[in-house]
Design a protein around this ligand. Structure first.
Ligand SMILES: NC(=O)c1ccc[n+]([C@@H]2O[C@H](COP(=O)([O-])OP(=O)(O)OC[C@H]3O[C@@H](n4cnc5c(N)ncnc54)[C@H](OP(=O)(O)O)[C@@H]3O)[C@@H](O)[C@H]2O)c1
Length: 285
């Protein structure tokens, strides 16, 4: 799906299948565990205009993030907070317990989006059943999955009462996952890109150097603009205020169709993270 390139802004939202809206550009917090560093990064992000923040039990920063957002002065209803159930806490009862701890650590009484962090063979259906319960109890405004391949989504469909609203997947110019993205579109599941700039490994690509000269933008900015024009939600992480601001300074230019295709052409099925099929089989990392 392509989106209208003229109307994009930092306030652009993607409406999920249950009518809940999430900011298309959010902020990732993986590796931000030190309180002062997280405090500085999140406040720089808020100042820039980001309102959606992505954490996970695995990142071991929910307590720190909870403290930062409780003190930040932005209304709770203006924030969109995502977290995920860790692999070792999956299964029906464990997920409910893990979720309770997440809410407590984040100092929240509801979460905007709660996700299954990775598909795991042994606890596959039970974990999702727990998320359905959390959603039905209105403790999460939306629920979804991460790192689900088409086979996992098809399997989930055989038993689920509620369809995931989002699949958060590794997605960047080196891993465009065209078949999976098309499947998600066809099934009204929003596409959220993690490692959207491939941890900046793309920076020396000739196309980014060429487009960088044309638009005065870095590879990270060009890659993020490419995500937005494809209609993906993207959650870049940085600990540097100037990069946090730069990653949102992507609304004053538009890539042409041909430039979008050239960036699509960088795909080499390269992952910065684990392969979900292997994680599923091994029941973890
Ligand atoms: N669901 C999942 O399984 C999963 C897995 C991984 C990540 N995630 C989520 O996705 C978020 C983003 O992914 P990610 O953190 O792996 O990767 P990323 O956002 O693609 O890249 C982050 C890295 O790029 C650097 N960087 C950021 N902006 C830059 C810029 N403008 N110029 C140069 N370098 C820049 C950062 O360094 P500095 O911090 O030093 O600036 C950091 O090392 C995570 O934080 C997390 O919330 C989810």
């Amino acid at each position: 799906m392509s989106v209208s390139t003229t109307s994009l802004s930092i306030n652009t939202k993607i409406v999920l299948d249950n009518d809940v809206a999430i900011e298309q550009l959010g902020f990732g917090t993986y590796k931000l565990t030190d309180f002062d560093e997280l405090d500085c990064a999140v406040n720089a992000a808020l100042k820039t205009g980001y309102r959606a923040f992505d954490t996970a039990e695995l990142y071991q920063n929910e307590k720190q993030l909870g403290k930062v957002i409780s003190q930040c002065g932005v209304k709770r209803s203006d924030l969109f907070i995502t977290s995920k159930i860790a692999n070792e806490k999956q299964g029906y009862d464990n997920t409910l317990k893990g979720f309770e701890q997440t809410l407590k650590d984040l100092e929240l009484d509801y979460i905007d989006l709660f996700l299954v962090h990775w598909p795991l063979k042994d606890t596959f259906f039970d974990t999702w059943e727990a998320l359905e319960r959390i959603y039905e109890q209105k403790l999460a405004r939306a629920i979804g999955v991460c790192n689900f391949q088409i086979s996992h989504l098809e399997m989930l469909e055989t038993r689920a009462n509620i369809k995931p609203m989002i699949n958060q997947i590794e997605l960047h110019p080196y891993l465009t996952q065209k078949e999976l993205v098309n499947y998600l579109r066809d099934n009204d599941i929003a596409v959220e890109a993690w490692s959207p700039i491939a941890r900046n490994m793309i920076k020396d690509e000739a196309i980014f150097i060429e487009l960088g000269k044309k638009y005065g933008k870095s590879a990270a900015q060009l890659a993020l603009r490419w995500h937005l024009q494809h209609g993906h939600i993207a959650i870049p992480k940085s600990s540097h205020p100037e990069r946090i601001a730069a990653n949102a300074d992507i609304y004053d230019f538009a890539l042409t169709d041909s430039e979008m295709q050239q960036i699509d052409g960088l795909n080499k099925n390269f992952r910065v993270g684990p392969n979900p099929d292997e994680v599923y089989q091994k029941n973890g990392f």
